[in-house]
Design a protein. Structure first.
Length: 75
């Protein structure tokens, strides 16, 4: 049987966030074409992790994701 672990003993390690906060697709970092960003939220704590880029055209991002998936699947 598993032993109970009090919550106070379980501490999360500090997050080391990436320096880049832009959108990454097609093997490169891209500034948001709209200049817009939104706060990413840690679902475990509700705290903000900082701003992340919002792409204007989701279709561009999805197109690169499909392209990468097909390339990766073929290898």
């Amino acid at each position: 049987m598993n032993a109970r672990v009090p919550l106070i003993t379980m501490k999360a390690q500090p997050l080391i966030l990436p320096e880049h906060r832009d959108a990454f697709y097609g093997g490169k970092w891209h500034k948001p074409t709209s200049g817009r960003s939104a706060d990413a939220i840690n679902p475990g704590t509700g705290e903000t992790l900082g701003p992340v880029a919002l792409p204007v055209r989701i279709s561009t991002t999805l197109s690169w994701a499909r392209h990468s998936f097909v390339q990766h699947s073929a290898s």
